[in-house]
Design a protein around this ligand. Structure first.
Ligand code: GDP
Ligand code: MG
Length: 437
């Protein structure tokens, strides 16, 4: 993928103590090839690398102590700028604010409509309404209702009606009458750009004059995404791009091309099928990701969001009273799992992305540990010290694991308990200091 290719390209420089005009040119060639391989438009890749080259040679890289790092920084900064400066929000200035979704069939419009409603509802105390304007497939209306139910957001639909413009208008009227301050209009798409689809979305757009028109695109569609984006932008002059399905292997390529061709900000990314798999698009983080530096900021934010503070407080009490047992250990594992799939999370740690290649770590990574704990009696879980050799044998048998594995888990548990005890007491600060050194 692009990340690996750039890694390789930049590797040339990382090792070198000095940047000469020759190895700048060499690296630039590699970077360009990497971008092309990732389906970045040829012209854009060329523009990009020319700019990087100019900067690298202009910034007196030869005189700096670590020219390789400076070069990486230049590539990263350029990539960040190319993908769009600062993160931009959604225009919510209307009463109600109307958001129109556009894009091909299967790009993720309906899913993203739900994600956005959920996002605005929880983060900005808004009261959204979803409006179902896909009149071609009855299942599409049902799908939006299912989404609405999942996130407890009202859905307006009119199944007999075949006029999407009329439904959109009625939906907005419904929102006004019922105190909704955001209206998200989900529309129909087709498998490829055609006249009928463009006329329809354009008619809806003209009739309702949304505050925000979003173009939803599947990040996995590569070079095609550029053409589709251009076609929609020509007709709608949309305000922003939503890049979906970034949870797969695809990273970045589409973001770079689309942004350059239509010059519209990418506002959100979709990272999964679930309603909370939405992230604000940060160009600098995306650049990090593309360059394989990891997205540590996102990781930390996600962890904070998901970690249940109430649980944490209860746990602290238990630790203080020396009552920490295997049931708590189990709930800790559940907490970690809540943060998202392991591979997802680990992929955000710098360097880990590469190390994990070819290794299949999934949510089942804890399966064995869980099996062992489940084979313990409640008494054994709350008082692990009672687990003697014969009990270990029984637990191993019950869980289908070996006694060594049970032993290993006991040891890990012991260490974890000790560490937590230490963090609790005055040792906490001492330990943090130690780790910071
Ligand atoms: P629409 O035809 O544009 O309304 O697309 P849908 O919202 O129905 O999505 C099409 C398919 O893509 C569905 O199976 C969704 O679950 C899936 N999908 C949508 N967004 C994402 C995403 O960010 N990641 C993944 N993995 N799947 C997604
Ligand atoms: Mg749909």
């Amino acid at each position: 993928n692009l990340s690996d290719k750039l890694d390789k390209a930049l590797h040339n420089l990382k090792g070198h103590g000095q940047i000469t005009e020759i190895n700048v040119a060499e690296t630039i060639k590699e970077v360009r090839r990497a971008l092309l391989d990732a389906d970045v438009n040829f012209k854009i890749a060329k523009q990009f690398t020319n700019k990087v080259k100019e900067k690298a040679l202009g910034q007196n890289v030869l005189t700096t102590l670590q020219p390789g790092q400076l070069m990486v920084k230049i590539v990263k900064d350029e990539l960040t700028e190319l993908m769009g400066g600062d993160a931009e929000g959604v225009n919510l200035s209307g009463t109600p604010s109307v958001v129109l979704m556009s894009g091909l069939q299967g790009s993720g419009k309906t899913t993203f409509s739900g994600k956005l409603a959920n996002f605005l509802k929880t983060k900005k105390t808004k009261k959204p309404l979803l409006v179902a304007c896909d009149v071609y497939r009855p299942a599409a209306v049902d799908q939006l209702h299912v989404v609405g139910d999942q996130i407890s957001v009202d859905v307006y639909s009119d199944k007999g009606n075949t006029d999407p413009v009329a439904i959109a208008q009625a939906g907005i009227a419904h929102a006004k009458a019922n105190g909704h301050n955001i209206v998200i209009i989900d529309t129909a798409g087709r498998l490829a750009v055609d006249e009928a689809m463009m006329t329809e979305i354009s008619n809806i757009h003209k009739a309702i004059q949304p505050q925000e028109t979003l173009f939803v695109v599947d990040a996995m569609t590569g070079q095609d995404a550029v053409n589709t984006a251009k076609a929609f932008n020509d007709v709608l002059d949309f305000d922003g791009v939503i890049l979906t399905k970034l949870d797969g292997d695809t990273r970045g390529g589409a973001a770079i091309s689309i942004k350059s061709v239509v010059n519209k900000p990418i506002k959100f990314i979709g990272t999964g099928e679930k309603m909370d798999a939405i992230d604000v698009f940060y160009p600098n983080r995306m650049a990090d990701r593309i360059l394989g530096m990891g997205d540590v900021v996102s990781l930390v934010e996600r962890a904070q969001e998901q970690y249940d503070e109430e649980e944490a407080r209860k746990l602290q009490k238990k630790i203080a009273k020396n009552q920490f047992g295997f049931d708590d250990f189990l709930s800790q594992i559940q907490q970690i799992k809540k943060m998202g799939s392991m591979k997802d999370l680990l992929g955000m740690i710098p360097g880990a992305g590469k190390a994990l290649k070819g290794i299949d770590i999934d949510d089942d990574a804890f399966k064995h540990v869980e099996a062992i704990i489940h084979s313990m009696t409640p008494g054994e879980r709350s008082t692990p010290s009672t687990i003697n050799a014969s009990r270990k044998k029984r637990i191993a048998k019950g869980s289908g694991r070996t006694v060594q594995e049970v032993n290993q888990l006991m040891k890990q548990f012991d260490q974890m308990s000790k560490m937590m005890k230490m963090m609790q007491g005055g040792g906490g600060r001492q330990m943090m200091n130690m780790m910071n050194k």
